[in-house]
Design a protein. Structure first.
Length: 732
């Protein structure tokens, strides 16, 4: 019976096709073999019996571009649309369209049902023309569409589930911005912001183009169908508030007539993870000028990809240029970078490979740029064998300071380097300087450049000749100083005031000062027997240099006189007119210098060169401390050569510490405990790995800036970090 029913069904279907009659409200087109007992109704209910070896049945719609797969092993109901029977199955196509596809238009569709085994057809199929008529109502078309500058609005559609909105370029008919609004009560949207759902970037309107927008309402599944779309009236881009177009914290304006894009405001541009998400991407080939206002701080990734600019100036306010920001700008030939720039992103100025694809052949990089992304400057790229290849542009040049990170980038990438500021990598003295003649040294820069420069004059090596009062029978002299190297005479201990007339220091004999009347004491001077306790201690005397105090060395110091005896008296032994020097205190002795408001500790009691460390301040409220070169205590002048451990501990108001070239030693934790310290002025050139303790800079706060001699910046940067300074602390 089943066989006869099958044969009868095939015969009836074949007869209907031959006679040209539509079958069951549609035209059936058979494959090589029809599905057993295949039927369908005007309500869209399709039925057929099972085919041997079939494990699935596929329903396709050529006009819609999708299909429904019904697996016999699962017998899925498709929300009540499929009914599985013992010998066959039926599928309610209209119900399926109404429930799951609210946007399907009511019209005739070509429907094919095919028996499948695995992924292959079993050569059993039926194709029919089905006229779809929905059983659920269609939503009203949105009304009252309006523009208000960049704000779009329309009337709420009763029963709508959500809305779809798109702005179109009137000339091309292509959408340039779109959004999906899931709240049916919201009927306005700002095109100057990133759109919901699609995440389209803010729309930048061209003042010389026309635009319109469309809205249609989405229906609720199984309740209502999508409305027809409604189209607004057309407006010109000049009617939109172009000044309000945004990118991050900044504003963007495009002038098509001048092909100029302007970015202004304060702060960073928007974040774009792909170049086609940049607001002006679709007009990139038209942009020939870009103006970035001072105040913009961050140029985003891919910001100006593929534009046709020939030059760009980055203002001083910009600190970072993102990845690929100026990549594939084939006309770009000149770049001016601001002084505030610190970071250049990966492939930032990358160019395409090939003739005419790049014009940028050189760049000048400011010294403040410290971070370079991979292939950021001087590279072309192309695909080869499925991978990207990056090559340095032949003849590309980078100009900058040899002490900068730009030099390192050029060296690592084998790019030609042009120096605009050399640094000292090595210095070799070819002629020592004296106190009267400058020396010479040969300097080699890290770039290999060699040049000769002067070495400054040395300080005079002075010996003090104390004042010697005249008597009735012998000449005297005022205090003065003699250099042991050039033998010039000076009025001051700094060797700045030269005495050209040696006779000017003489006090003629017989010039005896009048003794003061003891009954009438001088009010300006304290009683010599009873020292004035209020008068501060005398300033330290300048101690003769180590060379002058070398044991066994005796030098004749001139004591001038008048007349014929001057030459003879100029050879008088200096020791006869100098006061005897007392012995230094033993090592470890603490000395307090009230004039310096500081305590020192003796580190060497050698008479020829006694030394001390700066131990601590006696004024815990001091804000600035300058460590002296020498101190004089009890007639002994000590050289201050070191800074003791925890010298500034507890100085809560201390902000600045300064020390000069006299400092050779810095002990462990020297700066620890100065919580508000901001600046360390380290002017010494004598600090070495052996003279600076391992934890000398331990405890220095992150807000501190360390200033060092320019020629020693690189050396000291490594040394100080090794000795406990945090890598994040600035060294200038």
């Amino acid at each position: 019976m089943r066989y006869l029913r099958k044969k009868l069904s095939i015969s009836i279907l074949t007869l209907a096709i031959l006679l040209g009659f539509p079958f069951m409200h549609g035209e059936t087109v058979h494959a090589a073999s029809s599905l057993p007992a295949f039927t369908y109704t005007s309500d869209g209910v399709f039925s057929w019996e099972f085919v041997k070896d079939a494990d699935a049945y596929r329903i396709t719609f050529s006009e819609l571009g999708f299909s429904i797969n019904m697996k016999t092993s699962e017998k899925y109901s498709f929300n009540g649309c499929a009914t599985w029977k013992a010998n066959g199955v039926s599928f309610d196509l209209r119900k399926y369209f109404d429930q799951n596809n609210t946007s399907i238009t009511e019209k005739t569709y070509t429907v094919t049902v095919t028996a499948m085994h695995s992924v292959n057809s079993l050569n059993y199929a039926n194709t029919v023309k089905y006229s779809y008529k929905s059983a659920i109502p269609k939503l009203e078309t949105p009304k009252n569409l309006k523009w208000n500058k960049r704000i779009l609005s329309w009337d709420e559609v009763p029963g709508a589930d959500d809305y779809f909105v798109a702005v179109y370029d009137a000339k091309t008919g292509n959408y340039v911005w779109r959004a999906r609004i899931y709240d049916p009560t919201v009927t306005t949207i700002d095109t100057g912001k990133t759109s919901p759902h699609f995440q389209d970037v803010p729309l930048v309107y061209d003042e010389n183009s026309n635009y319109y927008f469309k809205v249609f309402a989405y229906g609720k599944s199984g309740v209502s169908r999508n409305s027809d779309d409604a189209t607004s009236y057309t407006i010109n881009g000049s009617e939109v508030d172009c000044e309000s177009g945004t990118t991050g914290s900044c504003r963007c304006v495009y002038n098509a007539e001048k092909s100029t894009l302007t970015i202004s405001g304060n702060g960073a541009m928007g974040t774009y993870y792909n170049y086609n998400k940049v607001p002006w991407y679709t007009m990139r080939s038209e942009i020939k000028t870009i103006i970035i206002g001072n105040g913009v701080t961050n140029i985003s990734n891919h910001a100006f990809y593929g534009t046709k600019i020939s030059s760009i100036t980055i203002p001083d306010s910009v600190s970072k240029i993102g990845e690929g920001a100026f990549s594939y700008c084939s006309e770009l030939s000149e770049v001016k970078l601001g002084t505030g720039l610190k970071e250049i992103g990966t492939r930032c100025f990358e160019s395409a490979h090939g003739a005419g694809m790049y014009k940028l052949t050189s760049m000048t990089i400011p010294a403040n740029v410290t971070t370079f992304g991979k292939h950021s400057i001087g590279y072309i790229s192309y695909a080869s064998g499925g991978t990207m290849v990056y090559e340095v542009i032949t003849g590309f040049k980078i100009t900058g300071a040899c002490s900068s990170k730009a030099f390192d980038y050029a060296e690592e990438n084998k790019i030609t380097w042009v120096s605009n500021e050399h640094t000292v990598s090595k210095a070799e003295v070819t002629k020592e300087s004296t106190c009267t003649q400058k020396g010479k040294e040969t300097v080699t820069c890290r770039c290999g450049y060699t040049y000769t420069r002067d070495i400054p004059l040395k300080h005079h090596t002075l010996t003090r000749v104390p004042a010697n009062p005249a008597t009735e029978t012998a000449d005297g002299n005022i205090e003065y100083y003699i250099c042991s190297e050039c033998h010039d005479w000076f009025e001051d201990d700094a060797g700045e005031k030269l005495i050209t007339d040696h006779s000017s220091v003489i006090i003629a004999k017989g010039t005896v000062p009048v003794k003061p009347d003891p009954e009438k004491p001088d009010p300006e001077k304290p009683d010599p027997v009873k020292p004035d306790p209020e008068k501060p201690k005398p300033k330290p005397e300048i101690k003769p240099t180590e060379e002058d105090e070398t044991p066994g060395k005796e030098e004749k110091t001139p004591v001038p006189s008048s007349g014929e005896d001057e030459a003879k008296k100029s050879t008088t032994d200096a020791t006869k007119v100098e006061n005897a020097t007392p012995d230094p205190k033993p090592e470890g002795t603490a000395l307090t210098d009230e004039s310096q408001e500081a305590e020192f500790v003796v580190t060497s009691a050698a008479k020829e060169n006694p030394t001390v460390d700066y131990k601590r301040t006696t004024n815990k409220k001091v804000k600035k401390i300058t460590i002296p070169q020498t101190i004089t205590m009890d007639g002994v002048t000590y050289n201050v050569t070191g800074i003791a451990s925890k010298a500034f501990n507890g100085c809560s108001k201390l902000t600045t510490i300064t020390f000069g070239n006299n400092i050779e030693f810095i002990r462990a934790n020297a700066f620890k405990g100065a919580k508000n310290l901001k600046t360390i002025n380290a002017k010494s050139s004598k600090l070495t790995n052996s003279s600076v303790a391992k934890k000398a800079f331990k405890g220095v706060g992150s807000r501190v800036t360390v200033k060092v001699p320019k020629k020693l910046k690189k050396t000291y940067s490594k040394l100080f970090v090794k000795k406990g300074l945090a890598k994040s602390i600035k060294i200038k």
